[in-house]
Design a protein around this ligand. Structure first.
Ligand code: C5P
Length: 233
């Protein structure tokens, strides 16, 4: 069985709250994810500070022309992220530029894992139709995964519902990072393609990303423990 880690999504505009949540992750040795909300609200200095002495997944979902994405990745180097994200929909040239930027701007041994975002976990078949994509979410994910892995990402962000198929297609080596996780008795929020931690683990997720089910809970530490216990074989 693939080992599955938990990443805590720090989605807040509040510096103090972000530190509190990061401390919860520290206490159990989990990685944190910093995304657009915290970065845009608190600024890059705050991101660097929160990232100090921590393993950070910097989830800024870069999607722009190749030159801009490459320059943005170079600008992220001071944060020393463990992982970062680009949208595969940016196309092959953009992915190639991102790969090159990671390889050239980070010292050996400190290169972040480059992840390609496939289809957002908030998107279902209807949402895809609305942007003129007439395949199923699974087929769209598989097609984007093929493109991204050919060009050279290290891993993929996908919903729990595609993990087993991607694992089967690409084996144990590919890193699969999986948001859209909900404990069975918790509301889905805006997430559509969801699964429990235990099922995502069984399907073969390398990492699960969990935000609101932990951060909005009465007792976040308790939920973290519950999730970790679900990730054991
Ligand atoms: O609060 P929740 O557990 O839904 O948070 C999931 C996190 O994963 C959010 O930070 C969101 O940006 C991120 N994410 C996602 N779907 C993707 C990629 C990232 O929900 N495909």
């Amino acid at each position: 069985m693939i080992k599955t880690g938990l990443i805590l999504a720090i989605d807040t505009k509040d510096l103090v709250l972000a530190e509190q949540w990061a401390n919860i992750a520290d206490a159990t040795g989990q990685m944190i994810k910093i995304g657009m909300e915290f970065t845009y609200a608190c600024g890059f200095k705050a991101v660097k500070k929160l990232a100090q002495n921590r393993q950070v997944f910097l989830d800024l979902k870069l999607h722009d022309i190749p030159n801009t994405v490459a320059s943005a990745i170079a600008s992220l180097a001071p944060v020393k992220p463990a992982m970062l994200t680009i949208h595969i929909l940016g196309g092959k040239d953009m992915i190639r530029a991102a790969r090159k930027a990671v390889d050239e701007n980070f010292p050996k041994g400190e290169k972040p894992i480059l992840l390609g975002v496939t289809v957002l976990t908030s998107m279902d078949q209807e949402n895809l139709k609305s942007i003129n994509i007439h395949t199923t979410p699974l087929d769209q994910v598989l097609s984007l995964a093929k493109t991204a892995l050919e060009v050279g990402v290290d891993g993929l962000v996908c919903s729990p519902q595609e993990v087993a198929t991607l694992r089967k297609a690409y084996g144990e080596k590919v890193i699969l990072v999986v948001p859209g996780i909900r404990l069975s008795d918790v509301k889905a929020d805006d997430q559509k393609r969801i699964m429990t931690p235990a099922l995502a683990h069984q399907a073969g997720a390398s990492w699960i990303v969990v935000g609101r089910p932990i951060t909005q809970a009465q007792n976040p530490q308790h939920v973290v423990q519950e999730i970790i216990s679900q990730l054991q074989d």
